[in-house]
Design a binder for this molecule. Structure first.
Ligand code: LLP
Length: 445
């Protein structure tokens, strides 16, 4: 295994994350277990924040896209690092508020925000709602009027950029459920519409082209298209762009097929965007907009490792060797959803060279319940601790209770210390909301 920013192999040949021995953590907290390295998360937040500060005079805000990993502790870290967050549901909003996150630094997204979610956002006094439909603008306007406020909004526009990533995580192609299309004139029409509302204040635009994207070019083209569109709206409608939100989407390392970008290297993405914003503003004689970026995966992804215990091993001679673990698609559905690739290592034998090709299978009753297909490992034995790297983003946040498996707890590691930030579920948690109607109650004889 190559050592990496968050990971080391210690003198015992064990994998270490953020200075803590993963084998000891597995013993202490049990498996499956999600681990997060706090130092890396903070470092990533600072890289983005400091880049905006230094290269753009702080005329903007980093929003952590909390869908990547949402729990109370992560909102505390974001708050301590002086950044904002984006939320996409009442549940994320509630979690952020419960953690004491300042409402004015919360932005809310979603292609189908429910009426009660809009109400909750307005009641909380969140900074901005990113609107994605005409009727949503009507709703925000009406509810704001009832409350005697004027809500800041951005419009989610679709600039029509095809980024190189999995189709399911592309969001700015013509056929997308997100955003008002620039190409077909909808984005212009809705700008005119929103400008006329009394209780919403249109601040500008938002675009997010997709996720797990490495090419700077795609992001830069999106900036160009948004700025051209904004200049056009000033010309046609007299609309002055105040705020531009460029979304997130920066790729992370999962396997050696991916580029490995050191934490500081992510500054280059932001610098490329800022350069284009400045160039376009000059060309079009526009004021520099307040700039928002929304990285999620790149903040928490490489900070995370999931630990499992190796269970049954099934060798089908000439076909495949399955190494089964005590987790699966219920804690990481990304292979099942996107055929995502991961790098597993044996945490208790991290210094050993791989000797065979195996497939890591979960424990769910489903053939597609795979964590990593055809990966190289030393000969795994029942009882080994298997670590899957780069699982900090979209693993816990997409976990489920399929087959009534319990969602693993999350532990935050900081300078060798480890603490729960999400407690383990119990069987009682699984049945907590189950109700047996009286007519189905077991009859006592
Ligand atoms: N902003 C908006 C409006 C988004 O929709 C997203 C991600 C982000 C920011 C953050 O993007 P990031 O920096 O994390 O790439 N479940 C999928 C990823 C879905 C991403 C959804 N939107 C996965 O596991 O790959």
């Amino acid at each position: 295994m190559n050592e990496r920013e968050t990971l080391k192999i210690n003198g015992k040949g064990h994998l270490e994350l953020g200075g803590a021995d993963c084998v000891e953590l597995a013993e202490k907290f049990g498996t499956p277990l999600y681990l997060f390295d706090e130092a890396y998360i903070r470092k990533m937040m600072r890289v983005y924040r400091d880049t905006l500060e230094k290269q753009y005079g702080g005329n903007g805000l980093v929003l952590y896209a909390s869908k990547a990993f949402s729990c109370k502790a992560i909102y505390r870290i974001a708050d301590e690092e002086n950044i904002g967050v984006d939320v996409v549901s009442g549940g994320e909003l509630y979690t952020a508020l419960q953690a004491g996150f300042p409402a004015e630094k919360i932005y809310m997204h979603g292609n189908n925000k429910l009426d009660y979610e809009i109400g909750e956002a307005l009641d909380a006094g969140i900074g901005c709602i990113v609107a994605d439909a005409y009727s949503e603008i009507d709703k925000i306007d009406a509810e704001s009027a009832k409350r005697g406020i004027c809500q800041k909004i951005l419009l989610r526009i679709n600039p029509g950029v095809e980024a190189h990533t999995h189709a399911f995580v592309q969001t700015a192609t013509t056929d997308s459920k997100f955003g008002f299309s620039v190409a077909d004139g909808t984005a212009e029409a809705v700008t005119a519409y929103a400008m006329k509302k009394n209780n919403v204040r249109l601040e500008g635009y938002h675009c997010h082209i997709g996720s797990q994207i490495f090419e700077k070019e795609s992001f830069v083209i999106a900036v160009e298209k948004c700025m051209d569109f904004a200049a056009d709206m000033r010309e046609k409608l007299g609309f002055e762009l105040k705020t531009l939100n460029l979304g997130g989407g920066y790729g992370v390392w999962y396997t050696d097929e991916d580029r490995k970008i050191p934490a500081e290297g992510y500054a280059e993405y932001i610098e490329a965007l800022l350069e284009k914003v400045k160039e376009k503003a000059k060309e079009k004689e526009m004021r520099l907009p307040y700039l928002l970026i929304e990285p999620g995966r790149s903040i928490v992804g490489e900070a995370g490792v999931t630990l499992y215990t190796v269970g049954r091993i099934k060798d089908i001679p000439g076909v495949k060797k399955y190494v089964a673990i005590d987790g699966g698609m219920f804690d990481n559905p990304r292979y099942a959803l996107y055929e995502s690739k991961y790098t597993p290592v044996l945490a208790n034998r991290a210094a050993e060279e791989p000797t065979e090709i195996v497939t890591i299978a979960g424990k769910c009753c489903e053939s597609g319940d795979i964590i990593a297909a055809n990966v190289a490992l030393p000969k795994a034995e029942t009882g080994d601790i298997l670590a899957v790297l780069s699982t900090g983003a979209y693993n816990y946040s997409m976990a489920m209770n399929y087959n009534r498996n319990m969602i693993p707890p999350c532990v935050l590691v900081s300078q060798g210390q480890a603490e729960y930030i999400v407690l383990p579920q119990s069987y009682a948690d699984l049945t907590r909301n189950d109700v047996i109607p009286a007519r189905l109650k077991k009859k006592t004889k």
